[in-house]
Design a binder for this molecule. Structure first.
Ligand code: IMP
Length: 424
């Protein structure tokens, strides 16, 4: 089966950008299926570093088709910026980029509502990226969203924008005391965007299914991570889409039987950005060390990421809900200087030990992680290019992770460069 889904098995930022970039070389189509410009995939090629928010990272390879599927929410200003930035760096963007007619558009009222709702929530905020992702998906489900196909039809676009602004401006004024947006200004802005992006807008469902019919290799690029999935994550501290593998079907219009393999990307430890429970979070001292060494700052917002020990309970949960057949471990080198490394293998709550991920998320604020300790390897792994040459304690750590989550490891990453990738 020539299709593969790559997803993050933790709270996002697992280093999927690099792995997708490597797998893209063997793919013909690279397809985004959910999220929006809340995502940030960093790809390092030689001395150049690219941060992609919307365009699939396959764009960095010649001759690949890159698709933004119907499940993605698109801020056209961000998309245009990204396309122009890539073109300035000498990357060709033209008929190699396809944007779904059914993808929903993000408007300024979406990110304003996102921001004001977070402020209103105070301490109970989600910690969103404030890119308007949640409010745009809210409109999609409430059946009042505006899609790419609407943008292409001036009459429909005018009428839908007018209708939306009536309601959104009322909410902005009455609930949040914000003045709202002018129809004329927004209409003019989006008409300009239309001119710039119309060449990319097409029936991507047809294109991807046709590619599969022709035996082309299709790579579905997940954004965020399993624990941020709106159904299977730490709800409500999640994003507003299905970042799990199932999202690849509804976010592109490809049937489940056409999905071949699911690869989970897992950091050798754990990080998350934003609020919400994080059972294995480090204390201040280790937090500083790992955050600095792992450069753990958000690619989209620059926010410092929270860091913690590897949590096998959440990765086991990810393996199950995504149907993961192999995992890729990233950032192993970040643990190079630790004498002792901990792996969380259970949660203790009110005297009871849990070995599976609880549906009651509130409980996660309260549990005591049960750790297993393994010795560190205390040497630099960043120059190692062959798995066999890894220090024996590093191999033991990887073997233990693989055993606990009952999934084979196919690759290990020891640095951000493509060359720093060990195949098993
Ligand atoms: P939203 O997606 O902006 O609504 O944010 C909801 C939650 O998802 C927040 O905790 C964000 O920090 C988190 N989030 C969204 N996108 C990413 C990502 O690409 N990496 C990591 N966390 C993310």
């Amino acid at each position: 089966m020539p299709s593969t889904v790559v997803i993050g098995a933790q709270w996002g930022d697992e280093g999927k950008g690099k792995i997708i970039d490597i797998l893209s070389r063997r793919s013909d189509y690279i397809v985004r299926y959910q999220g929006g410009n809340n995502a940030g995939h960093t790809v390092v090629i030689g001395d150049k570093s690219f941060i992609l928010h919307l365009v699939p990272s396959g764009i960095l390879h010649k001759g690949k088709k890159c698709v933004i599927g119907n499940g993605v929410v698109v801020n056209p200003a961000a998309l245009i910026d990204e396309i122009e930035g890539l073109q300035k760096s000498g990357i060709s963007v033209g008929s190699n980029l396809l944007v779904s007619e059914e993808a929903h558009l993000i408007f300024p009222y979406h990110w304003k509502i996102d921001e004001l709702r977070e402020i209103a929530k105070g301490k109970g905020k989600i910690g969103t990226t404030k890119r308007g992702i949640g409010p745009c998906y809210t409109d999609k489900v409430a059946r009042c969203g505006i899609r790419m196909a609407d943008l292409l039809d001036d009459k429909i676009f005018r009428s839908k924008l007018k209708e939306n602004l009536k309601e959104k401006n009322a909410i902005l004024k009455r609930v949040y005391g914000f003045k709202g947006y002018s129809f004329d200004k927004l209409y003019r802005k989006y008409s300009l965007y239309r001119k710039k992006i119309r060449r990319y807008i097409t029936d991507t469902t047809l294109a991807v299914n046709k590619a599969l019919d022709e035996g082309k290799r299709v790579l579905f690029e997940g954004a965020q991570g399993t624990l941020l999935d709106v159904d299977f994550g730490t709800y409500p501290y999640v994003t507003s889409s299905n970042s799990t593998a199932g999202g690849a079907c509804v976010g592109t219009g490809v049937g489940p039987a056409r999905i071949g393999k699911v690869v989970g990307v897992v950091k050798a430890y754990t990080t998350r950005v934003g609020e919400g429970p994080f059972p294995t979070e480090f204390s201040d001292r280790l937090m500083g060390i790992i955050r600095t060494k792992g450069k753990e700052f958000g690619a989209t917002t620059g926010r410092p990421r929270r860091c913690g020990w590897f949590d096998a309970i959440i990765v086991k949960h990810s393996v199950m809900v995504n149907g993961i057949k192999e995992i890729v471990i990233t950032k192993l080198d970040v643990l190079d200087d630790l004498r002792v490394i901990k792996i969380c293998t259970g949660y203790k709550h009110k005297g009871k030990i849990y070995k599976t991920f609880p549906a009651n998320i509130e409980m996660l604020f309260d549990i005591k992680p049960q750790y297993e300790e393994v010795p560190g390897w205390l040497c630099d792994t960043t120059g190692i290019t062959n798995y066999k040459k890894l220090p024996s304690n590093a191999k033991k750590y990887l073997k233990r992770l693989s055993d606990i989550v009952d999934t084979k490891i196919s690759m290990v990453s020891v640095g951000s460069d493509r060359k720093q990738t060990l195949k098993l």
